[in-house]
Design a protein around this ligand. Structure first.
Ligand code: MF3
Ligand code: CO
Ligand code: CO
Length: 283
């Protein structure tokens, strides 16, 4: 997901082919509308990203290391899908997937030392590039049997993502999506992370708009057919505040409470939305 503070002070990434003289001023939103042919490319990339999550799920068991999950995903993306794992070397990220365990909110780095144990929750976040187009999706998995409070957090976070997605249609505003998620999550005494958000996606991994998971109905960008962006709420069992570890990537909850996240890449259609990253069981 995109870091809000960073993106407020930095221009969005631009394709190498875009002359920098055409880059807009800071904070000038440049939301691309994908053509039908581009939407088809994004369907392909989205399906591949979801296929990686389907592939890796049976390996998420007590005793496995996050490094082994990374290796399996990397090999599948490169050798089977003939695609590219987008995180690898992205702004210096060292691995091909993100693995965020328990109190890690997002951008966890796979390592050979991190061994999963019964009762953990782990978000696996996959982004693939196929023929230049990105598909981005994540799910939070249970490792063996988990505590009822952990299961409740995972389930509410997944539903929060869907509550947001169901707001998407031409004429709706991004604030409708954020307000719906906030109105669903906060009354259940869970908190929404504010420093990271969903993002436009296409040839560029993180592009405009920023998709906040909280907000006010009627505010923000008006959605149009052909826009593609992610919805990826991070929800904490404790307070919403986060801390960045010295590795420059790993984001944890300040109070060390559990955190969950789910993510889909979604197209705005003429009548509503199309989720581009459904798993095989949901298609
Ligand atoms: N996939 C993440 C997202 O949802 C971004 C990961 S960037 C990385 O936007 F560099 F940490 F991999
Ligand atoms: Co994302
Ligand atoms: Co992601």
């Amino acid at each position: 997901m995109r870091n809000l503070l960073q993106s407020l002070t930095r221009r969005p990434d631009r394709p190498a082919t875009s002359p920098s003289t055409l880059a807009p001023p800071i904070n000038d939103m440049q939301v691309s509308i994908k053509t039908p042919a581009e939407q088809e490319q994004m369907r392909i990339a989205g399906r591949l990203a979801a296929d990686v999550l389907d592939m890796i799920e049976p390996y998420i068991v007590p005793g496995v290391t996050t490094e082994e999950l990374d290796r399996r995903c990397h090999e599948y993306i490169v050798d089977v899908q003939q695609a590219v794992p987008a995180p690898l070397n992205y702004r210096g990220f060292p691995k091909s997937i993100c693995t965020s365990v328990n109190h890690v909110v997002c951008h966890g780095i796979p390592t050979p030392e991190k061994r999963l144990k019964q009762g953990d929750i782990i978000n696996v976040d996959i982004t693939v590039i196929k023929d230049g187009w990105h598909g981005d999706t994540s799910r939070t998995f249970a490792v063996g049997k988990i505590a009822p409070a952990a299961q409740r957090l995972v389930d509410i976070t997944r539903e929060a993502m869907w509550v947001g997605i169901r707001q998407i249609r031409p004429g709706a505003r991004l604030g409708d999506l954020g307000a719906a998620i906030q109105g669903f999550v906060e009354p259940q005494h869970l908190s929404i992370v504010r420093e990271y958000c969903g993002h436009g996606i296409g040839r560029i991994f993180h592009e405009d708009p920023q998709v906040l998971h909280y907000g006010e109905r009627g505010r923000g960008l008006e959605l149009q057919p052909g826009m593609i962006f992610t919805v990826e709420p991070m929800v904490n069992a404790g307070k919403r505040h986060v801390r960045l570890l010295p590795d420059g990537w790993t984001v944890i909850t300040k109070d060390h409470s559990l955190s969950a996240q789910w993510e889909h890449t979604v197209l705005v259609t003429d009548s509503g939305y199309e989720v581009l990253t459904l798993g095989a069981a949901e298609r």
